[in-house]
Design a protein around this ligand. Structure first.
Ligand code: ZN
Length: 333
């Protein structure tokens, strides 16, 4: 980048200015150019290992695993605005990005609904599924209000539009730990030269996650009323981990607005059950949660499923700590 800028401005400046000071500066710039654009940079590119993650939670794991490992690049395919990948449409820049990847790291469990397209177009791209082997929860009734309860066939996690399983595994800290383990193993297999460093980084990160989990158990286990209303279906694994009961979900299809009928039902349910807290999510407009809270008298707070946020290795840990504080406040006696 720097090299390119200096070089492109060079010809014009060279012809029009003849000051000795400029020549000195030019020779300095030239030697800098040589330093920066020498064959070292190219070699490094050839040596480097390029990880592309499907979305933010995988990206944060990758930042932890690759911390301090030279020559490893991490890129996040679906940018910050995407949040969860429900209905994410692959763009041509995504395919170009993946074409250059040495490893594509995904959540799996149906979260990446575009996976088949990627496999078809890039059959030789190695794909690492971090949710592999994690017991998956079935998606709850998925707005089939009028249909009779057939109990849908348990789906394979190749994922149809109606994900039969809930893909939000990373929101549980225990499952996130399993994902980090899978990630570290897969990454080591794909890039064995750095295997030892990946494993070491995984150990360090897992220890932090375990400490956090313990902290959260201490803060949340003793709460008497653990019933919550969440905005979208992101929290069943989290709820399972900390013994929370999700009484209702405001919007099962977070990309659209809940209908007036759905809102009314949620409000009625809160009035009947006396649930204290309604949780919006930072990634979606809070208007629906606001209406529900105002009409029902429940408090409104934010729970973060960690699908967007700061781009630092500790982002997930920080977001979860914040969730813990919010829950303590929201559910306190
Ligand atoms: Zn989601």
């Amino acid at each position: 980048m720097i090299t390119f800028k200096i070089r492109s401005s060079k010809p014009a400046g060279f012809r029009s200015v003849h000051l000795p000071a400029f020549k000195t500066m030019l020779s300095f710039i030239l030697s800098l150019c040589l330093l920066l654009s020498g064959c070292g940079v190219r070699e490094k590119e050839e040596d480097s290992f390029r990880i592309v993650t499907s979305f933010y939670p995988m990206y944060i794991m990758a930042l932890n695993l690759t911390q301090g490992v030279p020559g490893v690049q991490v890129e996040n395919m679906a940018g910050q605005q995407a949040g969860c990948l429900h209905d994410y449409q692959l763009q041509s820049k995504d395919m170009q990005n993946l074409q250059k990847a040495d490893l594509f790291v995904i959540n799996g469990a149906g979260m990446e609904s575009f996976l088949e397209d990627v496999k078809q177009q890039l059959p030789s791209l190695p794909i690492l599924v971090t949710s592999q082997g994690i017991p998956l929860l079935e998606e709850e009734d998925h707005s089939h209000e009028e249909e009779s309860e057939h109990g849908e066939e348990q789906g394979s996690h190749e994922g149809h539009e109606h994900g039969e399983v809930n893909p939000h595994v990373w929101v549980s800290i225990s499952d996130a730990i399993l994902q980090v383990e899978n990630f570290s193993e897969g990454l080591t297999e794909a890039d064995p030269i750095h295997g030892e460093q990946y494993r070491k980084n995984a150990e360090i990160y897992i220890e932090k996650l375990e400490t956090l989990r313990e902290e959260m158990h201490q803060a949340l286990d003793g709460l008497e009323d653990k019933r919550i209303i969440t905005f979208h279906e992101a929290f069943p694994y989290f709820a399972q981990e900390f013994g929370l009961e999700i009484v209702k979900v405001i919007n099962r299809e977070p990309e659209s607005q809940p209908s007036a009928k759905e809102l009314a039902e949620t409000i009625r349910e809160i009035r009947e059950t006396g649930v204290k807290a309604v949780f919006a999510e930072p990634q979606y407009p809070e208007s629906a949660a606001n209406i529900v809270a105002e009409e029902s008298g429940a408090g409104m707070y934010f729970l973060d499923p960690c699908t967007t946020g700061e781009e630092s290795p500790d982002a997930y840990l920080n977001a979860m700590r914040k969730n813990m504080e919010v829950l303590k406040t929201a559910l306190a006696g």
